[in-house]
Write a protein that binds this ligand. Structure first.
Ligand code: ATP
Length: 352
């Protein structure tokens, strides 16, 4: 297995505060790897250590097997695209993209060929002479990416580059970035606090919390099998309950809701139920399904799914449940009684 990046026990301290706390992980060559976490969890600091703008306090960081300790940013085979893109507004597209190559004093012909190749790859042929101020947000993104990729880095680091775009363009750019990465094959390491960006684009995602990695996994596994309660709560929508006891295969939550769940060998503190863990189709006939009586509070129609917020009668907990479109909901109204089943297999329990 060839790793383009190996991070071994890396810590970054600011005074006594550990912004990154003994993190270890490897990134395979050619993948799209995201670091996902809330504000202040340490993801920018980690990215800055990879790029060389920040020194590592402890541990080691290797790119293609070579230690980066002590190597300045401009000598590292990595490049970074910042959220504000940092393009030169007065220069045209071509000169923005050529900038790094000219600084490296490459022959003029080679610069011209490489810039043209790169502009073709990012779909900007014909835009060479435009000023970046004349481009749309998405086109500017592509110029920033082209300007970094033209230097042929081993790794392209992206620091929330979609953060400044409006929602519609962001949705579009997510797909575009993923496709671009696959076509070009350069390893992308992308940091974001937006779980949907991370899930849509990445081959693997590291979920970061308070300077540490909680789980590194494929987007599907993060969603289906979150290893910690933090990941269960952070990735995807979930109904979260505090558990007060677990006896004879029955979980009792804080407000007195009782739900069957067999095969747990510890007393959980937290219970998570995804909106789609609920079933409506004759739950009486299904094994491993627990029935609860609820009252419909709000019905939210969003095209392909209906989300229903219901109050569980037993405990007065409000939960969100989600179903693919189904004729059964046509006549459902707020205030209706609704029996729902919960799949035992879809209950996730955690010690803390
Ligand atoms: P955000 O999404 O808000 O940018 P982040 O996950 O990128 O957050 P970092 O910027 O890496 O978080 O910061 C992690 C922690 O380290 C924070 O508590 C922050 O205050 C602290 N920190 C970051 N840079 C410095 C610095 N130069 N000096 C002191 N503390 C710092």
């Amino acid at each position: 297995m060839s790793y383009v990046l190996e991070i071994i026990n890396v810590t970054k301290k600011f005074g006594e505060h550990k912004a990154v706390d003994a993190v270890s992980f490897n990134v395979e060559d050619g993948g799209f790897f995201s670091i996902l976490g809330g504000s202040g969890c340490g993801k920018t600091t980690l990215l800055r250590m990879i790029s060389g703008f920040e020194e590592v306090t402890e541990g080691e960081l290797l790119v293609r097997g070579v230690s980066m300790n002590g190597i300045p940013p401009e000598k590292r085979p990595v490049n970074i695209v910042f959220q504000n893109l940092a393009l030169f507004p007065m220069m045209n597209v071509e000169r923005n993209v050529a900038f790094g190559l000219q600084r490296r004093k490459l022959p003029r012909n080679e610069v011209r060929t490489r810039v043209a190749e790169m502009l073709e790859r990012v779909g900007l042929l014909g835009f060479e002479k435009k000023k970046v101020t004349e481009l749309s947000g998405g086109q500017r993104q592509r110029v920033a990416i082209a300007r970094s990729l033209v230097l042929r880095p081993s790794i392209l680091l992206l620091d929330e580059p979609l953060g400044a775009l409006d929602r519609k363009l962001r949705e579009h750019m997510k797909v575009e970035l993923k496709v671009l990465q696959k076509e070009i094959g350069t390893t992308f390491i992308y940091i974001t606090h937006d779980q949907s960006e991370a899930l849509v684009m990445s081959d693997r995602v590291a979920v970061m919390n308070e300077g540490r990695f909680e789980q590194i996994d494929t987007p599907k596994n993060l969603y289906k099998n979150p290893k910690t309660s933090f990941v269960a709560g952070f990735v995807g929508e979930s109904n979260e309950f505090d558990v007060v006891s677990y006896n004879n295969g029955v979980l009792t939550t804080e407000h007195g809701l009782k739900i069957k769940k067999s095969r747990i060998d510890f007393v959980p503190k937290k219970l998570f139920i995804r909106p789609e863990a609920f079933v409506l189709d004759s739950p009486e006939d299904l094994p491993d399904v627990d029935l609860v009586s609820t009252k419909v509070k709000t019905i939210l129609f969003d095209g392909s799914n209906t989300k229903i917020s219901v109050l569980i009668k037993e405990s007065n907990d409000e939960v969100l449940i989600s179903f693919p479109q189904n004729a059964k909901f046509e006549n459902l109204q707020e205030g209706d009684d609704l029996q729902v089943g919960i799949h035992q297999d879809d209950l996730k329990c955690y010690r803390e």
